[in-house]
Design a protein. Structure first.
Length: 595
């Protein structure tokens, strides 16, 4: 049987003529039910049958209470007579607006985008009293009459102003006037200032027949042919660019010469006074082949070797009086011969001795004799054993061997003598070729550096004496030290200092890797970049200043990269490589602009 449920309040009054058990699907009361109405009692029962279909509503109105507080997500495509006043949230999509909106007030519209204004005119009232800062680039038909402040920038004027009146223009700089003023009469102009004449020529008719007495100080290009009479005595102090070639008479006063004459030829100078020579040396070529007769009293440091002829006067040989009876003593003084002296010698080999009261002759002695003195007088005598006083001629006076105790060698030959004296092979070596093999030298004074030693008794002091002190003169041994002729592998990076090569404004700049592989310089004028003289790779930073000139290259095998400029402030990297393979030098320059 169907399940019955008492309905106390019908959602809808059904007035159709129904049988008691007729079933009419009327309202979607709940999912999966159909309303069954009994006419006699107007009671209803819910019959669990198929779903109620809202599509079957063909008349009447669903009361508001039957709708949930929030309508489910469903299509409202068939809703009609919707009242836009009831829209409380969300956004009406663009497609819901007509192509042309009706005439209605937009007073409450906000966030309007002026970019979307395609026609019409914005009324004046919509603009603020003062327009905000914005670009007026697209404004057209602007009326210049409305300009009441500010200055129209130069760029807004055309290159050539149109034909218009400049009657109201003031403060026009005369420097800005170009061209020529039109032909107008200046007859009525008064108070004209001749100082303002900057060009043209005053016609002759404007000058009086006789010029008034006035200064002609500023007159130029006066033809000398028009000058008559003689120039008055006037100062030429302010005259400039005078040509000394035009001096035809008179004498240039000393005051017109500088304190030091410039370096120039004096070949045409005459009547030069040698007394005025205050410094320098007269060259040999200025002396005549034969010097004139003149006093040489002040000549010093004369070299007697240069006397090639003539005779030195006796008076020049010494002081004193060189009379005929005088002689020149060893102290350079002329002196008279002592009175009563006469030469007693008669034979070659005689000698003069002092006798008891006067000089006397000692005749030459016999062969093999020697001069001997007895304490009073000298005499020639033969050598006696007693005369040698212990000194004996070992060659003829001694036979056998002389014992060591008596100062001998106890030997009859050199080898035996060396053996007897305990001398080794060192005794037979020349002083310039000594060779020591084996043995040791102890207890001697340290041999100085000047004599080939170290002046020291230990290694540390020796290194210091030789200028090889570790840590100050030379570096201590380090297995990681790089050598120019030894292959090695770096296990760490390194940096390089930069070299300031200054400003280059002329000539040729040839960078050298000896001063650094990273160098910078200023381009201060046109100059040439040369190829380094050694194999290297260098990075040069060139900076242009206000005087920068064209940089040309010399002898590079290849030049490529960016274009160089002379613009002030521009900077460039110049990558330079130079390589010589033993027969040919190759070089490359690559330019990289840094702006």
């Amino acid at each position: 049987m169907p399940t019955n449920k008492k309905i106390t309040e019908l959602d809808e009054i059904i007035t159709a003529d129904l049988a008691d058990d007729d079933v009419l699907p009327v309202v979607d009361v709940s999912a999966g039910t159909t309303l069954k109405v009994r006419k006699s009692t107007l009671t209803a029962s819910i019959v669990a049958t198929a779903d109620l279909n809202a599509d079957n509503l063909t008349s009447g109105t669903v009361p508001d209470a039957r709708f949930p507080a929030t309508l489910p997500a469903a299509s409202g495509v068939n809703l009609t007579a919707l009242n836009a006043t009831n829209l409380g949230s969300g956004t009406v999509p663009d497609a819901r607006f007509p192509a042309t909106l009706p005439a209605a007030s937009g007073a409450n519209l906000t966030a309007l985008n002026a970019t979307n204004l395609a026609s019409g005119t914005v009324p004046d009232a919509r603009f603020p009293a003062t327009l905000p800062t914005a670009s007026g680039a697209n404004l057209t038909a602007l009326n210049a009459n409305n300009l009441s402040s500010g200055t129209v920038p130069d760029a807004r004027f055309p290159a050539t102003l149109p034909a218009a009146s400049g009657a109201n223009l003031t403060s026009l700089p005369s420097a800005n006037l170009t061209g020529a003023l039109p032909a107008v009469s200046g007859a009525a102009l008064t108070a004209l200032n001749a100082d303002n004449l900057g060009s043209g020529t005053v016609p002759d008719a404007r000058f009086p027949a006789t010029l008034p007495a006035a200064s002609g100080a500023n007159l130029t290009s006066l033809p000398s042919a028009n000058l008559t009479g003689a120039l008055p005595a006037v100062s030429g102090a302010a005259v400039t660019a005078l040509n000394a070639d035009n001096l035809g008479s008179g004498t240039v006063p000393d005051a017109r010469f500088p304190a030091t004459l410039p370096a120039s030829s004096g070949v045409n100078l005459t009547a030069l006074n040698a007394t005025n020579l205050g410094s320098g040396t007269v060259p040999d070529a200025r002396f005549p082949a034969t010097l004139p007769a003149a006093s040489g009293v002040n000549l010093t440091a004369l070299n007697g070797t240069n006397i090639g002829s003539g005779t030195v006067a006796v008076a020049r040989l010494g002081s004193g009086s060189p009379g005929s009876g005088n002689f020149l003593r060893g102290d350079g003084t002329w002196s008279s011969v002592p009175g009563g002296f006469s030469d007693p010698m008669t034979t070659e080999g005689d000698i003069i001795i002092r006798g008891a009261s006067a000089p006397a002759r000692l005749a030459i002695g016999s062969n093999g004799t020697f001069l001997k003195s007895d304490g009073t007088d000298p005499e020639w005598a033969s050598i006696a054993i007693g005369d040698v006083s212990g000194n004996v001629d070992l060659t003829s006076k001694v036979t056998g061997t002389l014992p060591l105790a008596n100062g001998g060698t106890n030997a009859t030959d050199a080898a035996g003598a060396r053996t007897s004296l305990g001398l080794g092979t060192l005794a037979t070596q020349a002083s310039g070729a000594v060779s020591i093999t084996g043995g040791s030298v102890t207890g001697i004074t340290d041999i100085t550096v000047a004599d080939g030693g170290t002046g020291s008794s230990n290694a540390s002091d020796a290194r210091t004496a030789l200028g090889l002190a570790i840590g100050s003169n030379v570096a201590a041994f380090n297995a990681d030290t790089l050598f120019a002729d030894t292959a090695d592998e770096l296990t760490a990076g390194y940096s390089s200092a930069t070299e300031d090569s200054g400003t280059k404004s002329s000539g040729t700049f040839t960078p050298s890797p000896d001063t650094g592989n990273f160098q910078h310089f200023v381009n201060g004028g046109a100059h040439t970049l040369g190829v380094p003289a050694k194999n290297c790779t260098m990075v040069l930073l060139m900076k242009n200043n206000a005087s920068a000139g064209t940089l040309t290259t010399s002898s590079y095998t290849k030049v490529d990269g960016d274009d160089l400029t002379t613009t002030n402030g521009h900077e460039f990297f110049l990558y330079v490589t130079r390589y010589n393979d033993g027969s040919t030098t190759f070089s490359a320059l690559t330019v990289k602009a840094l702006q």
